[in-house]
Design a protein around this ligand. Sequence first.
Ligand code: GDP
Ligand code: MG
Length: 208
Amino acid sequence: MRLPYQNMKFMLSVVRMQDAPVDEGLEVAFAGRSNAGKSSGLNVLASQNNLARTSKTPGRTRELNYFEIDSQRRIVDLPGYGYAKVSRQVQNQWRGLLDDFLQNRQSLQGLMVFMDIRHPMSDYDLQLIDWCEHRQLPLHILLTKADKLGYGKAKSTLMAIRQELTPATMPATVQTFSALKKTGLDEAYETLDHWFQLSETDEKKSTV
Ligand SMILES: Nc1nc2c(ncn2[C@@H]2O[C@H](COP(=O)(O)OP(=O)(O)O)[C@@H](O)[C@H]2O)c(=O)[nH]1
Ligand SMILES: [Mg+2]
């Protein structure tokens, strides 16, 4: 367990930015295709089993889901994308919401992009990276479900993605992660602490 993330609470879901929490304080967005492992990642980072609904039925989420860490810090789970089962109209709605969010949200400190390590850098992922580049917003990629690959293959995928990020002009980092095996947690926390402006001394680790 790790403070302050274990204090995370669900705040609200919104389908329009007008309904989002006041654009103050510090916000970090979790993004990625449906089924990439965002909800599982969020649950593990918060040390809570049912904070974010994990689902074997992909593509359900059509809202921005807000989670509060403390009065100044929030995580927002962005709508997934990449499954063709929804209509073009619904896809356009998601796209409009994401555009609005990514272009205008002032409290946004960084984007964590979740990618299944077996299928990284989809078109959608590349668009998210472009958004970061455009806004000069820090990017951190979690290569999820690393337990699905052997060590060597996971490592070579990590190196290849790191190489692909070298031309980026914003801060851009990448790591391997497994919600199942709980690996890569410390690296993810370090990035979050940095974006949430939690200094070394504020950072409290619980041994419970
Ligand atoms: N093996 C493995 N499966 C995972 C891991 N993380 C998520 N999954 C599975 O991947 C599926 C999608 O996960 P979910 O967190 O709902 O993805 P989301 O759509 O991005 O929120 C679920 O069946 C999870 O159990 C992981 O680290 N390892
Ligand atoms: Mg989810």
